[in-house]
Design a protein around this ligand. Structure first.
Ligand SMILES: CC(C)(COP(=O)(O)OP(=O)(O)OC[C@H]1O[C@@H](n2cnc3c(N)ncnc32)[C@H](O)[C@@H]1OP(=O)(O)O)[C@@H](O)C(=O)NCCC(=O)NCCS
Length: 188
């Protein structure tokens, strides 16, 4: 199994992140391959800079320094109060394992993207474990949004990592699964 290292993204990671985003963006992929994964967010260099300054973006590299993945996770405040954010907040509070998920006890995880040649090798598990540990002192839950066409991402997060669906979120022309996951085990 190859070994991977994960770190908060720095400015010299941005070119690789943008290239990986480009290859996996919805606009670059044929309709028939969408179930195998795609990203919809188009992170700009300015957004990467802002996220990096807020310690809200990670990169995973293999032992040779190749970029295997990037992943973003930030508090709700980071994303402002646009129509998507308001629609998502309207689905809260929600219950997960008998606990209440609210905007003020959760952060948003995503986009995440694992390069094609590194999928199925535990990279996503490393990403989620790291982000959980990073946010556990501040938040009880992470929340993510998965386009209903992205069957691979749903399988990876819901079936393999036990993310819990809290709502379906139709927005503009797309419907998302809205999922939550605890950052730490229950204390009682
Ligand atoms: C989604 C993503 C992060 C998952 O990471 P990964 O390393 O590919 O995940 P894994 O291989 O561990 O798990 C994927 C599971 O989905 C299954 N799967 C693959 N294609 C599938 C499909 N078309 N439909 C349903 N399940 C599928 C796999 O068989 C695997 O399950 P298994 O391990 O039990 O066989 C990664 O594929 C990716 O970055 N894709 C491109 C960008 C993206 O979709 N990002 C997420 C946006 S929400």
């Amino acid at each position: 199994m190859p070994s991977f290292s994960i770190a908060l993204a720095q400015a010299d990671d941005f070119a690789d992140v943008l290239a990986l985003q480009e290859q996996n963006h919805l606009s670059a992929l044929p309709e028939e391959s969408l179930a195998d994964g795609f990203v919809t967010t188009q992170l700009s260099p300015e957004t990467l800079q802002h996220m990096s300054a807020e310690q809200g973006i990670w990169v995973v590299r293999d032992a040779d320094g190749n970029l295997a993945a990037y992943a973003c996770a930030n508090g709700w405040d980071f994303y402002g109060d646009g129509p998507f954010q308001r629609a998502a907040k309207a689905k809260l509070p929600a219950e997960v394992d008998g606990r209440t998920v609210r905007a003020d006890n959760s952060f948003q995880y995503g986009p995440v993207c694992v390069a094609g040649n590194f999928r199925g090798q535990g990279v996503l598990q490393l990403v989620v474990k790291t982000i959980r540990a990073h946010y556990a002192p501040r938040f009880d839950f992470g929340i993510t949004f998965i386009d209903i066409r992205n069957a691979r991402s749903l399988a990876a997060h819901q079936r393999k990592l036990d993310f819990q669906q809290i709502a379906m979120l139709p927005f503009a022309t797309v419907t998302y699964h809205m999922l939550a996951f605890p950052t730490k085990p229950r204390s009682n």
